[in-house]
Write a protein that binds this ligand. Structure first.
Ligand code: FAD
Length: 370
């Protein structure tokens, strides 16, 4: 069986690699693979957040992906020979005021209730773990088995694995999905066509804009803009991925071994605009200075913006559409890097055996009216 995958972000590339491992032929089509949301993403891999309190199906999907991450990365690095920057050396949540301490208390109870190890810390313990934290830190939580991945390295590793396993990458834009009673492939922007037995659409917030799709077959995947900064210091400025909450609003900080410190992110609904604004940068700098006062002296190495792909109900869309042999894998919004391993396995299983893994059943496209 040959599969055509439209879109080579972390979602499309993950599916491509896992499908190749299962013996399928794969062609990925993307004019600029790994250049959009997956390129700017921070790569935080927290065990949970408050958005999951009332989202049981999404929580199960997140936990399934969390469980898969270590072996996914280990197998990927062995095939590609390219590191992913994956680290599981702890994720710290800190509160900067009393109200935020209560928020962390709720998070503690929730995370523990789903079987994840987490420890409460007082202010002194937080600063012992992370000496650059502000003295105003009131307390925190440590999830010792969680962490982060470097999405730029992860996607480079996936691209190398796709190539190593005999997959084809075509660096062109898809203009249309070809449908002849069923999906039979795609047309490219130079007018040529690529045929396949199955076609998977994973083009992020551009998925529903592809030509040739019957009305209502693909729900609108709306972009949610996120601005994000990369600071730099000669040595890592933090030891582990950290989230801070103050006054009901949060910031996350992801250090890399080479001294990069990612500071994220704004959440804005501005269509397909990816302008980096003075206001966006100022908001992030204000937040980081409140948690890490010394960060003001670090180099501002990059300010960027990306578009998170959001489905009409904010949840992923995984699986068969009403068009035979046409599948969707998109709508991962704020957590696509986190959900890449489970998404790749879910879609590869559907392609190979037709089985819908239990964990994916709630995310079918059927939940949207056509
Ligand atoms: C600022 C920011 C911070 C984030 N931080 C995190 C985080 O810490 N943890 C986390 O889990 N998630 C995070 N996310 C979310 C995560 O980045 C996304 O959910 C994920 O990258 C989505 O991956 P994707 O492959 O679906 O989309 P994308 O990465 O956007 O990839 C879509 C691909 O489709 C291609 N494409 C588009 N149109 C066509 C076409 N016509 N033909 C062919 N190809 C096409 C594009 O070139 C692109 O490569 C963050 C997002 C942002 C914006």
């Amino acid at each position: 069986m040959h599969v055509v995958i439209v879109g080579g972000g972390v979602i499309g590339l993950g599916i491509a690699w896992r499908s190749l491992e299962r013996g399928l032929g794969v062609t990925v089509v993307d004019p600029e693979p790994a250049s959009k949301a997956s390129h700017v993403s921070a790569g935080m891999l927290p065990p949970a957040n408050e958005l999951l309190y009332s989202q049981e199906d999404l929580l199960r999907l997140c936990l399934a992906s969390r469980e898969r991450y270590p072996s996914f990365v280990e197998e990927l690095e062995a095939v590609s020979g390219v590191p992913t920057g994956y680290r599981r050396d702890g994720l710290l949540d800190v509160a900067l005021d009393d109200e935020s301490l209560d928020v962390l208390g709720g998070l503690h109870r929730f995370v523990e209730s789903v079987g994840v190890t987490v420890e409460s810390l007082d202010a002194r313990q937080c600063r012992e773990l992370e000496p650059t934290l502000a003295p105003t830190v009131r307390g925190g939580l440590l999830s010792p088995d969680d962490g982060a991945v470097n999405p730029r390295e992860l996607t480079a590793s996936l691209l190398a694995a796709v190539s190593a396993r005999g997959g084809t990458l075509i660096r062109r834009r898809v203009t249309d999905v070809l449908i002849d009673g069923r999906a039979v492939g795609v047309r490219l922007d130079d007018g040529t066509t690529v045929h396949g037995d199955r076609t998977v659409l994973s083009a992020g917030c551009w998925t529903h804009l592809l030509g040739g799709l019957p009305s209502g077959a693909v729900p609108e995947i709306a972009p949610a803009k996120g601005q994000i900064l990369r600071l730099r210091s000669p040595e890592p400025y933090l030891r582990r991925a950290t989230r801070a909450v103050a006054g009901g609003s949060g910031v996350y900080l992801v250090p890399r071994a080479d001294g990069e410190l990612v500071v994220g992110a704004t959440y804005e609904e501005r269509g397909y605009d990816t302008t980096v604004t003075a206001g966006g940068v100022a908001e992030l700098l204000d937040k980081v200075r409140a948690v890490l006062p010394g960060a003001a002296g670090l180099e501002l190495a990059e300010a960027a913006a990306g578009l998170r792909p959001g489905s009409p109900d904010g949840l992923p869309v995984l699986g068969e559409t009403c068009v035979p042999d046409l599948l969707l894998a998109t709508g991962h919004s704020r957590i696509g890097v986190q959900l890449a391993p489970v998404t790749a396995d879910v879609i590869a299983e559907m392609l190979v055996s037709g089985e819908v893994l239990d964990v994916a059943k709630a995310f079918s496209v059927d939940r949207f009216p056509r």
